[in-house]
Design a protein around this ligand. Structure first.
Ligand SMILES: Nc1ncnc2c1ncn2[C@@H]1O[C@H](COP(=O)(O)OP(=O)(O)OP(=O)(O)O)[C@@H](O)[C@H]1O
Length: 681
């Protein structure tokens, strides 16, 4: 097993045994292991790879932490807290955190046992040590990253400069903070949570806490707002900024963040790589033109339903274009209009109407986008996740906003921008955790200068991959998927079907219904509710159909009687653009050593083949698929090759973006500008 520690007496004799079967001699950090033949001997931990050597070194902490346990378990809650305060005092007096690690981790483990009923596993201590030593700890899905994070977070927070933990969404930030709060509080540490739409004062309080949970996006925007504020204060121009923050009083005009000291990124590869592509942007105050445009968008959205196809306009289905006819133009001229539009030429007003009609026809609520907290959030059709911060171009986004009656926003006139990459590189110490980083280890090392260290699992994973099935066409594939679901359901096992988009979830849902199989479908609308539903997805006989985002960070607990039936069965209906997303879905089963199986279904008309191999090869494969029937052999590697090609392409795109971003900043520094604020253009 790759994650196990290799033990050897001489470098030539290597036994690989599960980490959980190791015991450590506290003094020499020698590992004592029972090797398969049942002979107990002393072996030095040797590991060929650099990460193996690191693991071996950190493994020495485990017995030292355990040695403190008897004393700590005997302490009262009050004394435990006192111990923590004395540690804090030592850290603030300048004692290095490395030296305090053993005592700090022992305290956290005891607090976890007392307050959460969870005593950190040895491998979690290893994970915590890895994170503390500025590595990205790769822990398999379900191994308990949330609990592991408390170790390095507590240790970092001892210095009193704040420790931040970035999660992928607001829901997870709050859930994890609330879940771990009793542990931190038992050690006298305050916990803050940053949420979208939170007032400035609350944000400032949250950042003032010892540990702060929030999303990378929110933390980035706070950084930008602070930076704008500092400049305004420097320029003595308070009024304008007050207006930008929605007219907050002058007294609240203080930065919300402290210096960026320590950042632990949960789902590190996803945040540091996937999300890093989109810059965070704060728009400047709308100018006069934007006010007019905003009124025009709203007016057009209101009027669009009065226009009929083939009477007032023509719709070109291929080009997806709307053209007003003579009658349509007449109607535009006759309709009452807001005064602001007087300043617009008639041709522009026609365009507003044409765009509003196009949006009304093509953009569907809860499929292409959702409305959340008064904002339009695009649903990424590929991953089923919300594409936070992304906007459609050419006025479409604004037209959709007007259609939904939310505030119309403009991207022009950027006041400030930062990429996630830039933000994180500004932290004094950057670390992370993830379930799926190996595939992006190189990129993480290159960009962020952090190593990825795979941490052994607590119990040997017994998740089983069932044979992949390849079909000629999507239709055949869906039929086979329903058969597979039905077969596992028959055994009383819970089944989770993961799809790439909401549309595809609907296809599965219809087929399951036709087959008389009761099931729950999740869409991308309410992250909190979805996670809740997925959390029940482990009960006997439950069938859940979900787009991928629903699976993220969600802990599917097996209901009573499920383990004996073989645990959760995960059905993967297509390959994603990145292997990581596939692994996240698979990771919903076989958690914490639970039993579980998964099966990958593929068909020769899958999108990944088009994206990875190009239209010519794709066409040929589709043609072959249409002629064939039943399960096909020999195609599996083609799919993985295509996926690999897509991954490489994204990697290149990100490198190019990073290069241009760096060049832009260099130029601005040469011009004595602030690269985060002077961004117009
Ligand atoms: N030391 C422990 N003792 C008992 N239970 C634990 C321990 N650590 C974790 N768990 C349990 O393991 C489960 C998984 O934890 P968690 O959701 O943090 O995993 P994860 O690694 O974040 O998974 P994913 O990558 O899927 O998000 C939880 O139900 C948690 O209660």
């Amino acid at each position: 097993m790759a994650t196990d520690v290799a033990l050897s007496r001489r470098p030539t004799v290597v036994y690989t045994i599960p980490f959980s079967q190791l015991q450590f001699d506290p003094l020499s950090a020698l590992a004592v292991a029972t090797i398969p033949q049942g002979i107990t001997r002393n072996f030095q931990v040797v590991a060929g790879s650099p990460t193996g050597r690191l693991l071996a070194r950190w493994a020495g902490y485990v017995p030292a932490i355990a040695a403190r346990e008897p004393e700590l378990t005997g302490l009262s809650d009050f004394d435990l807290r006192k111990e923590s305060l004395s540690l804090r005092y030592r850290a603030r007096s300048g004692e290095s955190l490395d030296r305090l690690l053993v005592e700090a981790f022992a305290l956290v483990r005891e607090a976890g046992r007392r307050k959460l009923g969870m005593r950190h596993f040895d491998v979690q201590l290893l994970g915590g040590a890895a994170v503390h030593h500025r590595s990205i700890a790769e822990m398999q899905t379900g191994e308990g990253k949330t609990l592991t994070a408390t170790l390095p977070m507590y240790l970092a927070a001892l210095e009193g400069k704040g420790a931040h933990l970035a999660t992928v969404n607001d829901y997870l930030a709050k859930r994890d903070a609330d879940w771990m709060r009793p542990l931190y509080e038992a050690l006298g540490m305050s916990v803050g949570v940053i949420q979208g739409q939170q007032p400035q004062n609350d944000r400032r309080k949250a950042y003032a806490c010892d540990v702060t949970y929030g999303t990378a996006n929110e933390m980035g925007f706070d950084f930008l707002r602070d930076r704008l504020l500092k400049r305004r204060i420097d320029e003595g121009n308070r009024d304008l900024f007050g207006e930008m923050l929605g007219g907050e009083s002058v007294s609240s005009e203080k930065p919300v963040q402290r210096d960026l000291q320590y950042m632990l990124v949960d789902e590190a590869d996803s945040i540091l790589i996937d999300e890093a592509r989109t810059p965070l942007i704060i728009s400047a105050l709308p100018g006069e033109d934007e006010k007019i445009a905003s009124e025009a968008y709203s007016w057009a959205a209101e009027m669009a339903p009065r226009f009929e196809e083939d009477v007032h306009y023509e719709y070109d289905h291929k080009e997806r274009r709307v053209d007003l006819e003579l009658d349509g133009r007449r109607l535009v001229r006759e309709l009452p209009k807001p005064a602001a539009t007087d300043k617009l030429p008639l041709s522009t007003i026609y365009e507003y109407i044409e765009r509003a009609i196009k949006v009304k026809r093509e953009m569907i609520l809860d499929r292409h986008y959702v409305v959340r907290d008064g904002e339009i959030v695009i649903v990424d059709e590929f991953t089923g996740r919300m594409a936070e911060g992304r906007k459609w171009r050419a006025g479409i986004h604004q037209a959709v906003e007007a259609q939904e009656g939310v505030e119309v926003t403009f991207e022009t006139n950027q006041a400030a921008r930062i990429t996630i990459q830039d933000l994180f590189l500004r932290y004094e110490r950057l670390t992370g955790m993830t379930g799926t980083a190996s595939t992006s280890a190189r990129e993480l090392r290159k960009i962020y200068k952090v190593h990825v260290v795979p941490i052994p699992t607590n119990r040997p994973p017994i998740r089983k991959q069932l044979d992949t099935e390849v079909y000629g066409t999507a239709e055949q594939k869906w039929v086979a998927i329903v058969e597979d679901v039905a077969a596992e359901h028959e055994k009383g096992r819970p089944v989770l079907v993961g799809t790439r988009s909401i549309d595809k979830s609907e296809i599965v849902s219809r087929l399951l219904e036709a087959r008389g199989l009761e099931h729950t479908v999740l869409n991308a609308r309410h992250v909190a509710m979805e996670a809740e539903i997925v959390a029940h997805a482990g009960e006997i006989g439950k069938i859940t159909v979900a787009t991928n985002m629903a699976g993220r960070g969600t802990d599917i607990k097996l209901g009573p009687g499920v383990e004996e039936r073989g645990g959760l069965h995960v059905v993967c209906t297509e390959l994603h653009e990145s292997q990581r997303i596939d692994r996240q879905l698979i990771g919903r089963c076989g958690r914490q050593g639970d039993p579980g199986t998964y099966r990958q279904f593929l068909s020769l008309d899958d999108e990944i083949l088009l994206m990875g191999l190009g239209p010519k090869k794709y066409k040929a494969l589709v043609a072959t698929g249409e002629k064939s029937s039943g399960k096909l052999n020999g195609y599996e590697s083609t799919f993985y090759r295509a996926q690999h090609k897509v991954e490489r392409k994204h990697f290149r795109d990100r490198k190019v973006m990073l290069y241009f971003e760096k060049e832009r900043q260099k130029m601005q520094r040469q011009m004595s500008q602030d690269p985060y604020l002077d961004t117009a253009g």
